[in-house]
Design a binder for this molecule. Structure first.
Ligand SMILES: *Cc1c(COP(=O)(O)O)cnc(C)c1O
Length: 223
């Protein structure tokens, strides 16, 4: 199977209203270009250095999404061009994104990452922490970031009932937060959930963005 066939096949299973983020971490620019030529324009990466190099090398009409854990001191490298940061998990990070966005005369779109899995290794806020962040004066003073939704990663398991419950929980959090803080604002509309192994369940549970790597590019090999 070619990458072109992989993505065409995958797109048949993804409804119009769901945005496909092609997760290209560890993959070569040639592989990314092959997928780009099918019309795909949104790519996701989880490491700042790799993201910067690929942004410099590849066509400028690609929308780059940061999907991995982001360190405060590295925001400045992606702030000039990043389209969406999926992985905001603290007020401190959000404040620093705001600062770098201002420096670049931009407004940067962000998602709040929620911890919905049972594994403690995964990053993210719980509902109480998200409430604290959104209710804070400090957040209200940020003019160069825009929170447009939530992101979550399910537990790595074959138990799809468990995965479904986790996605249901994220949807519930999304609605609660929308009602409390964004009730009159249409921009808060994204739920980023679903990867290669669980994107179909995620779509059934209300995902608006699926982040898919392996199914498009094949298995990753780490060196
Ligand atoms: C790697 C990664 C993905 C894609 O994973 P696949 O299983 O290859 O589809 C999605 N989201 C995040 C945050 C990732 O790090």
């Amino acid at each position: 199977m070619s990458l072109e066939n992989n993505i065409k096949e995958l797109k048949q299973h993804i409804p119009e209203h769901v945005n496909l983020i092609a997760v290209s971490k560890t993959k070569s620019t040639d592989d990314i270009l092959e997928v780009y030529r099918t019309g795909q324009r949104v790519f996701g990466e989880n490491k700042v250095q790799e993201l910067v190099t690929k942004h410099e090398t590849l066509p400028k009409d690609i929308d780059w999404h940061m999907i991995g854990h982001l360190q405060t001191n590295k925001i400045k490298y992606i702030a000039p061009f990043i389209s969406l940061i999926h992985s905001v998990d603290s007020l401190k990070l959000l404040k620093n994104i705001d600062k770098e966005a201002l420096r670049n005369n931009r407004i940067i779109d962000c998602l709040l990452q929620f911890h919905i899995a049972t594994e403690s290794t995964k990053f993210g806020l719980d509902l109480e922490e998200a409430n604290q962040l959104l209710a804070s004066e400090a957040y209200k003073n940020l003019n160069n970031v825009r929170i447009i939704g939530l992101m979550g990663m399910s537990t790595f398991t074959d138990n799809m009932d468990q995965v479904r419950q986790e996605f249901k929980f994220l949807k519930k959090c999304f609605l609660e937060i929308k009602n409390k803080y964004f009730y009159n604002r249409n921009e808060f509309c994204e739920i980023s959930m679903g990867m290669t192994n669980d994107y179909q369940v995620a779509i059934e549970e209300g995902s608006t963005m699926v982040r898919i790597g392996t199914l498009i590019f094949g298995e990753r090999t780490y060196h």
